[in-house]
Design a protein around this ligand. Structure first.
Ligand code: FAD
Length: 606
């Protein structure tokens, strides 16, 4: 809905200027990133992805865009205002969610990258992420239902016995059943080693689970006849901490020998949370009372099982952030093109606010971050595909290193950016952005959780600094530096301003990396204090490389607004945003030791 809202009994505020966010999938940019910048067509050379030719890729993006724009995005506002409800022990979905889930499943989107042996389409992971990018922009709360189902599928696929796989995987891949990931307990948030839920072995090889979980997304609903829970628990004789965790599959309803849905299992939802945003997604408190489960993987190796699926789950949350960045950006741009207010600084009549330099600064920042982050998120996903599909062992290993490095960066940067851009979108709307009827403040409310779940962004920074930059003697960041240098070699002549800024940023990042690697040995607290700013500096340098490549690839496109947008935004990113890397990397070296000086009790001195 755009323009002045008509006076009607439903419209309490006819004087207000309403532009509800209407999502339009960024199909052209997605295809540009997939095909021109990252050349995902290279995957078709691997036997596993022989079908992923450029025309198939474009067809998939087009078809998914239609379903998301027409059926799923229109439910976004009702998801927020009505939300999932807990009534008489059951979770009620927002009208239309069940039908949308079924349409998404029946059209094969749930199992797009799942193994054909289990009913999936076997297409590349990066393509499924492109679809997820659009889905999370259209309706991020809805996206959690298929997202958790895929997460559960991945956890079982990587770790479960053939029998468990045969029972569950196909039904998860085709969306007949939904899934969850159940880790968190009141005392076990970031520290999953504190999980207490108990699993007692039974004579028939199954386990009885007792205990409770909190904050379980999609924990209960009636959209599917069964829900498959991937649960972290503890065996009776297990050692304390993370070394005593084991994973289990616990279906909401037991599965009969013929695969049909049987009796209730002892797993129930006792309440759902009232949240700041993401209202369409139910966040459940779960209770296990002698719930029957089956071990997934080996005893006391739950943490290893989880690590296998964690990269994918974290990339998924990165895509949620990216989607919200896209929604914030396109919504703010449309509003700024429409909203007339004030005269230009150079004089003349009233103009749409997009004429004002400060509004342009905000919009260009949003565009630069969103489109740059898209390349980072897709590239990490592309490396995931190469790491499993390449016949060359060295290439597989290099790709896997990239996934290790890219995962915390994608998760943390895209989700922090969603909050930053959600806030900027409100700023572009002015006071109207703070009013619910416009729908733009929903983006900020929906986005904040993305920085918190699946490992807070502080935990991502710890992963980056304490594990990834020292793994293999520092080989992972070195691969990144080498790649940036190679891209500079290839493309510097196409975008010299971007290349110059990128060279400066890269030098600062190398310096910051060497300093942190040293602090990990000398002063771990100093490394911990610098971790989050360093994470941003790293991601911004990656975006610098992305804008260099985008500028070079855009240069050869036919002259039009898309090309103009790419070339101008690349220069803006290099001039206005990339220099932040230098100040971030020098500030962590100057400030880090100071962070620990103040005694904890002096923080709130009366
Ligand atoms: C809406 C919603 C949906 C969720 N969905 C799921 C789900 O489907 N399944 C599931 O299992 N869980 C889910 N969660 C739980 C979520 O993953 C946890 O809330 C998250 O892991 C953080 O744990 P916590 O809330 O206990 O925070 P804490 O762990 O108490 O963290 C508090 C603060 O301390 C910091 N911190 C903690 N430890 C460290 C450390 N070692 N180093 C540096 N900083 C540290 C954190 O970064 C954070 O800033 C969900 C939560 C919400 C709110």
């Amino acid at each position: 809905m755009r323009g002045y809202a008509p006076a009607s009994p439903d419209n309490k505020y006819p004087h207000r200027y309403l532009t509800m966010p209407t999502f339009k999938a960024p199909v052209r940019d997605i295809n540009f990133v997939l095909n021109d910048v990252l050349n995902v067509g290279q995957l078709a050379e691997f036997e596993r992805y022989a079908d992923a030719t450029p025309d198939i890729v474009e067809g998939v993006v087009d078809e998914a865009a239609k379903l998301i724009e027409n059926q799923i995005a229109p439910l976004n506002q009702a998801g927020d205002t009505v939300g999932a409800q807990f009534k008489d022990g059951h979770v009620e979905m927002v009208d239309g969610f069940k039908e949308a889930f079924q349409a998404y499943a029946e059209n094969g989107w749930m199992g797009l990258s799942a193994d054909p042996e289990y009913g999936g389409q076997g297409l590349p992971f990066v393509l499924s992420k492109a679809v997820e990018d659009m889905l999370c922009a259209g309706n991020v709360a809805f996206a959690l239902y298929p997202g958790l189902t895929q997460g559960c599928y991945e956890g079982l696929e990587a770790n479960a016995s053939d029998e468990i796989k045969a029972t569950y995987l196909e039904k998860l891949a085709n969306g007949e059943w939904a899934g969850t990931m159940c880790m968190t307990e009141p005392q076990a948030g970031s520290d999953v080693g504190a999980v207490k839920t108990k699993a007692e072995p039974q004579d028939d090889g199954s386990y009885l689970l007792n205990g409770g979980k909190i904050f379980i997304s999609s924990g209960q609903h009636e959209m599917t006849p069964n829900i498959v829970h991937f649960v972290l628990a503890r065996l009776p004789d297990s050692p304390p901490g993370v070394k005593g965790l084991t994973t289990f599959v616990v279906p909401r309803k037991l599965v009969n020998a013929d695969g049909s849905v049987g009796d209730d299992n002892g797993v129930s939802c006792v309440s759902i949370e009232e949240k700041m945003g993401l209202h369409g997604s139910c966040t459940c408190t779960m209770q296990y009372d002698n719930a029957r489960g089956w071990m997934v993987g080996k005893p006391n190796q739950g943490i290893q099982s989880m690590f296998v699926m964690m990269n994918k789950a974290r990339i998924m949350v990165g895509m949620q952030g990216l989607g919200q960045c896209e929604l914030a950006t396109q919504t703010a741009i449309r509003y700024a093109q429409d909203r007339v207010q004030g005269k230009p600084l150079t004089g003349g009549d009233d103009v749409p606010i997009i004429a004002h330099p400060d509004v342009r600064r905000m919009l260009l920042t949003m565009k630069a971050i969103t489109e740059g982050a898209r390349v980072m998120a897709y590239e990490t996903s592309l490396y995931e595909d190469i790491s499993v599909a390449s016949p060359d062992e060295a290439q597989r290993e290099a790709a896997s290193d990239w996934v290790e490095l890219g995962t915390p960066l994608t998760k943390a940067f895209c989700t922090d950016a969603a909050v930053e851009l959600g806030s900027l979108a409100i700023q572009v709307y002015g006071g109207h952005g703070y009013i619910k009827e416009h729908g733009v403040e929903q983006i900020l409310r929906d986005s904040k959780i993305l920085c918190l779940y699946e490992g807070t962004n502080g935990i991502q920074a710890m992963d980056l600094v304490r594990r990834k930059i020292k793994m293999k003697g520092g080989a992972l960041p070195q691969r990144f530096f080498d790649k940036v240098e190679a891209e500079l070699e290839t493309y510097a002549g196409d975008a010299p301003e971007v290349a110059d800024a990128l060279r400066t940023a890269l030098a600062a990042l190398k310096d910051g990396t060497a300093w942190l690697q040293q602090q990990l040995k000398d002063d771990p607290d100093a490394a911990g204090a610098g971790a989050v700013p360093y994470q941003r500096a790293f991601a911004l340098t990656w975006l610098g490389m992305n804008w260099l490549r985008m500028a070079a690839k855009a240069k050869v496109l036919p002259d039009d607004a898309f090309k103009q947008g790419k070339l101008a935004t690349a220069k803006f990113f290099a001039a206005a945003i990339l220099p932040e890397v230098g100040s971030l990397c020098s500030s962590i070296q100057r400030n880090a030791s100071l962070t620990m000086d103040l005694p904890a009790e002096a923080f709130l001195a009366a």
